[in-house]
Design a protein around this ligand. Sequence first.
Ligand code: HEC
Ligand code: HEC
Ligand code: HEC
Ligand code: HEC
Length: 176
Amino acid sequence: MITKNLVLALCLVFFAGSSLTAQDFEYIGAAKCKMCHNKPATGEQYKIWSDGPHANAMKSLSNEKSMKYAKENGIADPTTDAKCVKCHSTFGSIDESVNLGIKITEGVSCESCHGPGSVYKSKTIMQNREKAIASGMIVPDQKTCEGCHNKENPFYKPFNFAEASKKIAHPNPAAQ
Ligand code: HEC
Ligand code: HEC
Ligand code: HEC
Ligand code: HEC
């Protein structure tokens, strides 16, 4: 009996492991991506992102423009209000209680566009696009951007995908 139950239990574990769902992927934070994605020879993605608009998106929520808008619209603190934080950070779309690896101050982090990295971050998975996608990695497209670059943004500007992509591009010269 014991062996039968053990076999059954192992089968269940195996089955659960082979059918990972979105809930099984957790956010790990940009510092983890940095370990492998900050070398000039492969495109220093971390540095490019750090110097760009997305890594600094939370800072805008405490500038004069934000404070004025918040006052006029009854928002006590734009740096914590879901109405603003949902697009200026990775938060809003995720459950903070199970995603402690990422900080709100990271703004629109790597994983906002590439998906939660807890499973795909391993080198052998990362090197294989199919496996990486099966492990939660997203290859972002225009739709990914339009999740935030849309008219719900109080300071919306028309979004041109081709031009905007050039401004935040971080290609790997070694992979081309
Ligand atoms: C252990 C090292 C390692 C870590 C950690 C890591 N990566 Fe990678 N990643 C790689 C390698 C190796 C490749 C293959 C291409 C290359 O050499 O850059 C790659 C490729 C990629 C690609 C391109 C995949 C494709 O097929 O287009 C993306 C996007 C990416 N990584 C994002 C991330 C993000 C986001 C994180 C953090 C959540 C991360 N990586 C963490 C090593 C890593
Ligand atoms: C999670 C939300 C989110 C996603 C997804 C997102 N962005 Fe953004 N983006 C922002 C926010 C917020 C800002 C404003 C940053 C700031 O200055 O505070 C911004 C700013 C920018 C800017 C600088 C503004 C400008 O027009 O010069 C560019 C370029 C840009 N994003 C391109 C993209 C592209 C391309 C994609 C998709 C590949 C994308 N973004 C996906 C939220 C997002
Ligand atoms: C639907 C997503 C979204 C929401 C919600 C959102 N933002 Fe933004 N915000 C963006 C994007 C995208 C940009 C970059 C726009 C661009 O330049 O193309 C941006 C830009 C900004 C800027 C810079 C604008 C400039 O022209 O200098 C400020 C300030 C800002 N947002 C404040 C706020 C505040 C405050 C809230 C909450 C009341 C908020 N945002 C809610 C997506 C959003
Ligand atoms: C605003 C969205 C956005 C953010 C934030 C972002 N990326 Fe990307 N990333 C993209 C897009 C779009 C591509 C191009 C996808 C394609 O191949 O069409 C890309 C491509 C890549 C590639 C593949 C480059 C190549 O030429 O093979 C790597 C590696 C990568 N990103 C890593 C990162 C890392 C690490 C971070 C954070 C430090 C990050 N990205 C943040 C949107 C983003």
